[in-house]
Design a protein around this ligand. Structure first.
Ligand SMILES: *Cc1c(COP(=O)(O)O)cnc(C)c1O
Length: 373
């Protein structure tokens, strides 16, 4: 079986740098908010072109902190795409607000701006909830349409936050993810484009006030002095050891993104006459967290590929509006047809920067051999 994501190969490549970074932390012993955390935050800020990066314990916590800092809670509506990872919806409910699930585009798989406008109008007409925020997800690494989303958000005075858990390193126009929305979150979960060796995440923003808020919330809501508690916060700091690992990985991140892009091009060339391959547009460069194709007989193809040593993954088999935990906030089966269709047909192929052209060739040949058989 070839690996779906090869963290061992990446470690073999970066072993000296990673081991060295880890030993330094073990030697200085500042495990919580040690110097590597600030060093990494500054390095990532300059990489993404944003003013502030605030390292936290996970991407999920980063989303929650973003909502907490805006005071979003009971009686508020937060709009998000239904076709996403559960964390995007979960944080809305933890905050006490209600999720409003929106449709996604059938080609970019990101929030459908027309449906978003329609859902905002509906919430206003109903008058029960106050529209407060939009969480845009950059699914599989492709940035959402932030210029259109910013217009809608400004028009309705909504907080726009980008869920860039899968898209760190991606670009839209001349900007990187992090600089595309008033606030962006990302995740360093091991399998994400920039992953650590445990859980980790960050908030990215140009806004000084938001950055100060985020820093306070990640450390129990502290004020200027350590035991001065000025708001309800969390215990959600990025570990020093994880920051040290991320510093080592950040040195090769740009090269890794280039390799992913090259492999995605190769997948496209070999598969686009056979199956629906990902959207390509001139304005964006995906981080290629996933390479997803669409197939009518998805489950059969996945099973045959597995028999032939090719692992695949289904992200995601059920849209949020049909999840048992969230379905009472949605309009049921048949209400978001694109999201439902994608969840039946999506299939992700192996994608990581430590795979070569020969492996992609083998995967594509195997896919060609089993599709439509
Ligand atoms: C991974 C992911 C998250 C959550 O990140 P964690 O670090 O695992 O908490 C949130 N949103 C999306 C779209 C993700 O893919």
């Amino acid at each position: 079986m070839i690996p779906f994501v090869d963290l061992k190969a990446q470690y073999a490549h970066l072993k000296t740098e990673i081991d060295d970074r880890i030993s330094k932390v073990l030697a200085h012993g500042q495990f919580i908010l040690g110097p590597e955390v600030t060093e990494f935050e500054q390095a990532l800020a300059s990489f993404t072109g944003v003013e502030h990066v605030i390292g936290v314990a996970s991407g999920t916590d980063a989303l929650q902190i973003a909502l907490m800092a805006e005071g979003i809670g009971k009686g508020d509506a937060v709009f998000l795409p239904s076709f996403t990872f559960t964390a995007t919806a979960e944080v809305v409910l933890i905050s006490g607000a209600e999720p409003v699930f929106c449709e996604v585009g059938c080609r970019d798989f990101n929030i459908d701006v027309e449906d978003l406008k329609h859902k905002i109008e509906r919430v206003i007409d109903e008058g029960r909830l106050t529209p407060r925020a939009v969480i845009a997800v950059d699914l599989f690494g492709l940035p959402a349409d932030y210029s259109a989303l910013e217009k809608v958000s400004e028009h309705h005075d909504l907080f726009l936050v980008g869920d860039g858990a899968q898209s760190l390193g991606a670009r839209r126009g001349d900007k990187r993810v992090g600089a595309l929305a008033p606030a962006t979150i990302t995740s360093f979960f091991p399998a994400k484009p920039l992953g650590c060796y445990g859980d980790g995440g960050a908030l990215l923003t140009d806004d000084d006030e938001r950055a100060a808020h985020y820093k306070s919330i990640r450390a129990h809501g502290k004020g200027e002095a350590k035991y001065d508690i000025v708001r309800t916060g969390l215990n959600s700091r990025l570990d020093t050891l994880q920051a040290a690992i991320l510093l080592a990985k950040l040195t090769v991140f740009e090269e890794e993104l280039e390799v992913r892009r090259r492999l995605a091009d190769q997948y496209d060339d070999r598969l686009n006459d056979l199956v629906q391959t990902p959207l390509r547009d001139n304005t964006s460069k995906s981080a290629w967290a996933q390479y997803a194709i669409l197939l009518d007989d998805r489950d059969t193809v996945a099973a045959r590929l597995k028999e032939k040593g090719i692992p695949t993954a289904v992200y995601y088999p059920k849209p949020m509006h049909l999840q048992p935990a969230y379905s009472r906030y949605g309009d049921g089966e048949g209400s978001l047809l694109v999201s439902e269709d994608l969840s039946r047909r999506i299939l992700c192929l192996p994608m990581h920067a430590y795979m070569d052209d020969a492996i992609v060739e083998r995967i594509c040949n195997t896919v060609r051999g089993v599709v439509g058989v």
